[in-house]
Design a protein around this ligand. Structure first.
Ligand code: SIN
Ligand code: MN
Length: 292
């Protein structure tokens, strides 16, 4: 899948691209069928919500789940990012966010690259998320919200919030968010459909890619519908992290370029390694010495 000139211009202007229904229902079923057994596992990669046993996010399933190992090599997800960076990419982080019906908690306003720089010493914003909806996303189940154009401002001041949810995040203060939204609203004034905040919604199988500096958040899910989404955080190989402060299952230390599988990989049999199938290697649970 190649991004067109128009898509490249739109990405540069807005900081994200949305592809409704890019994956078919049979492809998505292969993935959704696997999620309950992953969430049921008692392993450190399952981070649960503050309120109970419900999984907020599952890390690194591509290293121990066959369908997700194939998704991590899917050309529809990986090739556009290689095109944007003009080089090979490796998997910096892989997560399946639950945003469970009634229990799914907020994700505060933040930039991903803010965390990657502060915690992992990633040199530049040459890494980004590509997300795929496993459930339909609507206005009620906590869609991802973006402030269009906010990626142009580089890394913004952020505070390390370890209290609001069960997962620590470098978050942007509310005054700054109000100013950014107003800035985006004014910029959008004469362009139909552009507002200060956007929230792409669509069927399961839709894909979003967004710049590492794009400011984003999502509200709690008070609806009766789950909003499971998978996020691949792909980093240009030359831009690999320099510090291993976070466990390896959250910020990966293997910088090998991703080799894509064929486009039909979710529906057909392909061999992929599952190195963490029998558990997480002890060294991946701990901080480690700095990378080279
Ligand atoms: C994220 O920002 O990493 C996740 C946000 C969400 O799943 O709503
Ligand atoms: Mn994020």
């Amino acid at each position: 899948m190649k991004l067109s000139r128009e898509q490249l211009e739109q990405f540069d202007r807005d900081g994200y691209l949305f592809f409704p229904s890019l994956f078919t229902p049979p492809e998505i079923k292969v993935l959704t069928d696997e999620v309950p057994s992953l969430y049921a596992q008692r392993r450190p990669e399952n981070v649960r919500e503050k309120t109970g046993d419900v999984v907020r996010t599952n890390f690194a399933a591509h290293l121990y789940s066959y369908p997700f190992a194939k998704l991590a090599r899917h050309p529809r997800m990986v090739e556009p990012i290689k095109q944007l960076f003009g080089e090979d990419v490796y998997m910096h982080q892989f997560k399946i966010n639950g945003k469970a019906a009634f229990d799914g908690d907020v994700w505060q306003w933040h930039q991903d690259y803010g965390t990657w720089r502060a915690d992992d010493q990633m040199p530049e914003a040459r890494a980004m998320n590509v997300a795929i909806f496993l459930d339909d996303v609507n206005e009620f189940n906590g869609p991802l919200m973006f402030i269009p154009g906010s990626h142009k401002l580089g890394v913004l001041d952020a505070q390390h919030d370890v209290d609001t949810t069960s997962y620590p995040l470098w978050v942007i203060n509310h005054d700054t968010i109000a100013k950014l939204v107003e800035r985006a609203r004014i910029a959008a004034h004469n362009e139909e459909g552009r507002k200060g905040i956007v929230a792409p919604k669509g069927p399961g199988g839709s894909m979003i890619l967004f710049h590492g500096c794009l400011v984003h958040a999502s509200t709690a899910n008070l609806s009766p519908w789950n909003r499971v989404s998978v996020y691949l955080s792909l980093c240009a190989v030359s831009n690999h992290i320099r510090r291993f402060k976070r466990p390896g299952y959250i910020a990966h230390r293997d910088f090998a370029p991703i080799q894509c599988l064929p486009d039909d990989c979710l529906l057909n049999r392909y061999d992929v390694p599952l190195p963490w199938k029998n558990g997480t290697p002890a060294e991946e649970l701990q901080p480690a010495l700095k990378a080279a």
